[in-house]
Ligand binder design. Structure first.
Ligand code: G6P
Length: 612
């Protein structure tokens, strides 16, 4: 989704801004632009990729000592040159970049139009820009900063903004409500960004803004305050992120790199948390809330997208291993229906980015109602990580590919660790089984490696299905969520229509679609449902569907029934998703590459969905 970069200092500003925008490309966007001050205010922007902005800059080199830049993911108004950010005020003196949505932009626009203001674009951002100028020009505020504060108070909705004013050529103003922003502190230079990736190559010192806060940033200094003008002293955080982690390391795409990183990311996620000698699990982030978790009446899991799928796996795990009732909710549905949740409940939110707007809103709703709110996040210091009562980081490292892969497996590993620890504390998990599970967790990285060794086979298989118009994915029990995830991966990056179903439900609809054109991916790797899966495979074959199976090495029956199979090492049923999902990620990846799709930045999708 939209990204912001800002810079003030002695380096080549446009170069820093463009490189920063490139680091933000992974978030998904449709247009890019920048504004610079150097005696005058110059803007270059337009529909398309950062590379085309770079080309424009080569033709029409502009320089400045400070600037703001933006990648836009359209919300109000189609992606075109005019709707791209930055937006200018009527006088041409104020430029704004904005992430988020101004919900009352229509009524503000009417008021501003009645005062003679005219608008170039269809965006809510231009309305905010004009509002700031209107308040400033009419003397309704003591100074420009006051005008910005007054404007922000009139706005309903969410924003992360950066504002520059030609009359104050040494300052960048930023403000945040619901859309992340951070400051990077350099030597005689300051950076601004919507996430840490554009900053990490310049400085490790960052200050995170919270909702309701703003900052006035100059070359050598910054002052953070509330939008009510109360000065704040903020903690300076040290970024743990490394530059290597956000580069491709020789892989053609981030997604492939991230798929292949999974043996390591799963190991990193487990590191220091499992004790094989005592067969115990230590989750530092949950120590203080463990008693309340053990006593909980139920756990509600709220998440979106792939994280919702890992939540579904978690449901099976918590119910089997900890004997705790679980409900899994789409965060967007949970928050809007006055959910019945209270002090005896735990809301567990799962989010790779830690910034997803609906997940954040679900968290706030449950907190208001007194529930204990826990989080599983990948991005350290993200808003969700900061607002939850306690939580566990996945430590999967930065995930840049829009389609989530290593974050999913790390989330499932964290869920497994919580479920085992909880089962032990609640006295419902037999010691022998717990021990077996903990030992097996340690073996998973090697087993994932074994699956990745088959990537060439999967690549060949992908060739045969590259132009299939539809796919059906079937799974049962722990592998039902994997069927959903496999289908989601395929549609996200290859644009092939795909559906995931619990295998038994196939007879209640999808079976009508099966013919010789329809690949059916069957995930048959959980022992206790194997016979039933075999019956489902027979039903598909009887209708000439093409069976691709993901099954255990020794499951000869399923292999014989399949046109193609991908063999995976055996594991405990509850860990099966951690292995079965790997070939499905690769299958989607190779199909998408064959179809010439932009794997890392699929059309219309965003990595971090910060609007509701
Ligand atoms: C977007 C991404 C998905 C992700 C979902 C939830 O749709 O494209 O890959 O699963 O958001 O994101 P989160 O950061 O909350 O896990």
């Amino acid at each position: 989704m939209c990204g912001i970069v800002g810079y003030i200092g002695d380096q080549n500003t446009s170069e820093i801004l463009v490189n920063g925008l490139k680091r933000l490309e992974y978030r998904g966007y449709d247009s890019a632009g920048l504004a610079l001050i150097n005696g005058k205010l110059d803007i270059i922007k337009g529909k398309g990729k950062v590379a085309s902005l770079e080309k424009k800059l080569k033709k029409q080199s502009i320089e400045g000592w400070l600037g703001i830049a933006h990648t836009r993911w359209a919300t109000h108004g189609e992606p075109n040159d005019i709707n791209s950010h930055p937006h200018l005020s009527q006088s041409g003196k104020i430029a704004v970049v904005h992430n988020g949505i101004i919900e009352n932009y229509n009524s503000l626009k009417k008021q501003l139009a009645s005062k003679g203001r005219t608008f170039q674009s269809e965006t809510d951002t231009e309305v905010l820009t004009q509002l700031i100028e209107e308040i400033h020009e009419n003397g309704n505020a003591p100074d420009f900063e006051g005008a910005l504060q007054l404007a922000l108070k009139q706005v309903v909705g969410t924003y992360g903004i950066a504002v520059i004013n030609l009359d104050e050529p040494g300052r960048i103003y930023v403000a945040r409500k619901g859309s992340p922003l951070l400051l990077g502190i350099g030597e005689n230079e300051m950076f601004i960004a919507s996430d840490a990736s554009p900053i990490v190559e310049h400085t490790k010192k960052v200050v995170y803004l919270e909702d309701g806060e703003m900052a006035v940033v100059t070359k050598n200094d910054y002052q953070v305050k509330t939008i009510d003008d109360v000065d704040l002293t903020k903690e300076i955080h040290e970024l743990a992120l490394s530059l290597d982690a956000i580069e491709k390391a020789g892989y053609p795409h981030f997604m492939l790199k991230e798929i292949f990183e999974q043996p390591r990311s799963v190991a990193d996620c487990l590191r220091g948390r499992i004790r094989t000698d005592s067969h115990t699990i230590q989750l530092g982030g949950l120590v203080d809330v463990m008693d309340r978790l053990v006593e909980a009446r139920r756990i509600v899991i709220a998440a979106c997208g792939t994280s919702w799928h890992s939540g579904l796996v978690g449901e099976y795990m918590f119910e089997e291993l900890a004997k705790l009732p679980v409900e899994v909710e789409y965060a967007s549905e949970f928050r809007y229906r006055d959910p019945l949740i209270g002090e005896d409940d735990v809301l567990l939110v799962i989010s790779q980015s830690g910034e997803t707007a609906d997940t954040l809103a679900a968290l706030r709703e449950a907190k208001k109602k007194g529930a204990l709110v826990l989080g599983i996040c990948n991005v350290v210091g993200s808003t969700i990580a900061r607002e939850t009562d306690a939580g566990v980081y996945t430590h999967a490292g930065p995930e840049i590919g829009v389609a989530s892969t290593k974050a999913f497996t790390a989330q499932v590993v964290v869920l497994a660790m919580i479920a085992i620890a909880l089962g032990q504390r609640r006295g419902v998990l037999e010691d022998e089984y717990a021990g077996r599970l903990i030992d097996e967790l340690n073996r998973l990285p090697d087993k994932i490696d074994k699956i990745l060794e088959q990537s060439e086979v999967i690549k060949k298989m992908a060739k045969l299905f590259t132009y299939a118009p539809n796919f059906l994915y079937l799974g049962r029990s722990y592998n039902f969520p994997v069927a959903l995830e496999g289908a989601l991966k395929l549609k996200e990056i290859s644009y092939i229509h795909a559906e995931g179903y619990p295998a038994a439900e196939m007879k209640h609809g999808p079976i009508a679609l099966i013919d010789e054109m329809m690949p059916v991916v069957v995930i048959a790797a959980t022992d206790h449902t194997n016979d039933k899966m075999i019956s489902n495979i027979e039903e598909v074959k009887a209708r000439k569907g093409r069976i691709v199976s993901v099954t255990n090495d020794e499951n000869h029956e399923v292999k014989e029934l399949s046109e193609f199979f991908i063999s995976i090492p055996s594991t405990e049923d509850c860990f099966s998703p951690l292995l079965t999902v790997i070939p499905l990620q690769l299958l989607s990846y190779y199909i998408a590459v064959n179809r010439g799709c932009n794997v890392d930045q699929p059309r219309n999708l965003a990595k971090s969905v910060t609007v509701e």
